[in-house]
Design a protein around this ligand. Sequence first.
Ligand SMILES: Nc1nc2c(ncn2[C@@H]2O[C@H](COP(=O)(O)OP(=O)(O)OP(=O)(O)O)[C@@H](O)[C@H]2O)c(=O)[nH]1
Length: 385
Amino acid sequence: MKTVICIGMAGSGKTTFMQRLNSHLRAGKKTPYVINLDPAVLKIPYGANIDIRDSIKYKKVMENYQLGPNGAIVTSLNLFSTKIDQVISLVEKKRENYEHVIVDTPGQIECFVWSASGSIITESFASTFPTVIAYIVDTPRNTSPTTFMSNMLYACSILYKTKLPMIVVFNKTDVTKADFAKEWMTDFEAFQDAVRSDQEMNGETGMGSGYMGSLVNSMSLMLEEFYSRLDMCGVSSFTGDGFDEFLDIVDKKADEYNEVYKAERERLIKEKEVKEQKRKEKSINGLMKDLGLSEQKERSNEDDSADVISDIEEGEEDGLVERDEDIGVEREYTFAGDERQGEITEENNPDLQKNIKKHLKTLVNLQVVKLQKILHAISESRLFT
Ligand SMILES: Nc1nc2c(ncn2[C@@H]2O[C@H](COP(=O)(O)OP(=O)(O)OP(=O)(O)O)[C@@H](O)[C@H]2O)c(=O)[nH]1
């Protein structure tokens, strides 16, 4: 089972692409498992196995949280992501019956790509199944080199954010063939020629002087590296043209995921876990130190014989106070590193760390129970009716 997540600018044709992909796979007797993550869409032209709109009422989110359209999409995704474990386990149960899971995302691309919930949802799929991003591009609207490059930069940012294999899908090839895009992505000089001959670059439409041209040139050099990491294909969601090629590339990218991306992701996850473990140990050690110090402070307060450095004896005329050491008082507490005396440490109190860990565990458990209650309350709320 592999997951294809469809991402693209508003109006690029994601939904129509999903519809065609669904019917194409069905025709080949490979019915896909379909998921809609766009809470704001009114109608979807395909049957979805899981639809965010079944559990989240977008309009109610807008009303209840007093949000605008984009804020409500992000909040709906946030609410949905609290249930992502259930979604993944539902999909996992169908592992044997389906070869493809196809996922439609909101038209407002940034609501999904740059939101925490978008990352959580993508991560959850990617850590369970080989996952591929299909970045849908509106071909007729990208024939200008500047627009093309801006769109590719956006795709590039998604690739680096998700760290998943990507296919750039040039949609609407029934209107404009994607040959120019293929050429620009493989032949740097061809792209530079296009930039040079572009009328906007020559200032004819007031777009400016050579500055824009040189920016585009240097950007396109950077994009060369990006292009080498992705595959592209041209499709028409209207005619169904190019879908066989697209599915071949999906298979290739899923293999690539298993060979390259999976190991890299596991390495990153491991690295994150080690970092987190170190952070936890550090904060426990800090806490232990603090507790050790405060316990010691209490002791020193109880002991009349131990003065603190800042004490000023009444009647001292010059204001200079002799240090405790100077007057031969045995100090019970000092900040001097190794010279600590009487401080409670792991060596002289081995049960301390155990106790702290025990208390921390209880605290964490309490927080988890609270969190579960909150999630339960959310799931029982009217938003999920
Ligand atoms: N000619 C042509 N038009 C297409 C094709 N695919 C989609 N369209 C049209 O492009 C427009 C946008 O398509 P949608 O599928 O709604 O695009 P979307 O990306 O899902 O849109 P949002 O969800 O609103 O962002 C519609 O008018 C479609 O009819 C195609 O392959 N060829």
